[in-house]
Design a protein around this ligand. Structure first.
Ligand SMILES: *Cc1c(COP(=O)(O)O)cnc(C)c1O
Length: 375
């Protein structure tokens, strides 16, 4: 019996050709491919500006810096997220303040954000968890009048929509991931998008050691102008090798999302007919790319979450425990908060295999196990 993975990147000959071309060109670091990937990504996400980075984690870090978050500030974040969301706040000397999520969508809401605000809050990082669009407008209605910046962690969000537009399009600033676990991959990689030209310009400089003349511009001229370093920057650059892969992957995004939504619909229909299971679904305000298709194991199902994971493993199927809760990790345990919806979701959900090349018969094998374990 062949193994079914929870996720598998979809890479092919086109990516291989694109990387080969970059290698032959002799320019492998950040250069023309990165610039083109930024232009294309901005266009596809309806963002005014895009700045490529080495990861979503570094894009979040840069976003907090350019948004003016300072040491001693509070940054509201969901605990129900990959730990990088909270870590980004710590990198700028701020304190992550964990807010609870909706037990239905797994995302922050206007209410949970409002409850977590403190007099020191200068930013909120909202997440499109597993691809489910967050209700950004409702949260901005709370934060905008208080001059609190809302940063969208759209690591999982490429191809999801919010009120008829790509997620992130309505955010002042957003961060994206191209890790292989996400919808598009460049191996490692990320992007910062923003509606503000000044923030984009500063992010562009900061990601490249805060150098006043970019490496690409220096290379383009025989006698390079002297560069200056006006502040302490970072090396958060993407390479042209990665961007070449990203350009091919981006061209496939609509096809990838369509197939994922097709597979998700089959799962959703099957789960709806099984007592004791609930599946993630599109919220009223948008559509998910189903980057993570999670199900909640309820009390009236035949086994608990761990039991279902074991049954799937027995059948050669690699599922995953649901999204983590950062506030329960040793790194953040001292926060000492109680987040009932987060704790419930992280304990009772699991992520089912879903990837572009998944065959209908592979999916049927997964569904057979879900049916077999019911009460
Ligand atoms: C994956 C992920 C990240 C980190 O992305 P990297 O590109 O690996 O740094 C951050 N936030 C969320 C919500 C994620 O899912």
């Amino acid at each position: 019996m062949s193994r079914i993975n929870v996720m598998q990147p979809w890479l092919g000959e086109e990516e291989i050709a694109a990387v080969t071309e970059v290698l032959r060109s002799g320019w492998v670091a950040q250069g023309p491919r990165v610039a083109e990937f930024e232009r294309r990504f901005a266009a596809s996400q309806q963002a005014a500006h895009a700045v490529a980075t080495s990861s979503c984690t570094t894009a979040l870090h840069l976003a907090l810096v350019v948004a003016g978050v300072r040491p001693g500030d509070d940054v509201v974040v969901p605990s129900f997220s990959f730990i990088a969301t909270a870590n980004a706040a710590v990198y700028v000397g701020a304190r992550p303040v964990f807010a609870d999520v909706s037990p239905v969508t797994g995302n922050l809401t206007a209410e949970t954000v409002r409850e977590a605000l403190t007099p020191r809050t200068t930013a909120v990082i909202v997440v499109d968890q597993g691809g489910v669009p967050v209700d950004l407008d409702a949260i901005r209605e709370v934060c905008d009048p208080l001059d609190i910046v809302v940063i969208e962690d759209a690591a999982c969000g490429a191809g999801s929509t919010y009120r008829g537009r790509p997620v992130g399009a309505g955010a002042e600033i957003a961060a994206w991931s191209f890790h292989p676990r996400k919808i598009l991959t460049t191996g490692e990689g990320g992007m910062l998008t923003t509606s503000r030209e000044d923030w984009a310009a500063r992010a562009r400089t900061l990601r490249e050691h805060a150098m006043s003349v970019s490496a690409a511009d220096r290379h383009a001229s025989l006698v390079s102008p002297p560069e200056s370093y006006d502040e302490v920057g970072f090396n958060f650059r993407m390479t042209d090798l990665q961007a070449a892969v990203g350009l091919v992957q981006l061209s496939r995004l609509p096809e990838v999302v369509a197939r994922r939504r097709e597979l998700a619909a089959v799962y959703a229909k099957a789960v709806a007919e099984i007592d004791g299971l609930r599946a993630v679904a599109d919220p009223a305000w948008g559509t998910s790319n189903f980057q993570s298709f999670w199900i909640e194991v309820l009390a009236d199902y035949g086994v608990d979450r761990e039991g279902l994971l074991a049954a799937l493993a027995e059948a050669g199927i690699s599922a995953r425990r649901g999204i983590m809760a950062a506030h329960r990790q040793p790194a953040y345990a001292s926060a000492g908060v109680s987040l009932p919806a987060t704790e419930h979701l992280t304990d009772s959900t699991l992520i089912l295999p879903l990837f572009h090349q998944m065959s209908d018969s592979e999916q049927a094998r997964v569904i057979d196990v879900l049916r077999g374990e019911r009460r």
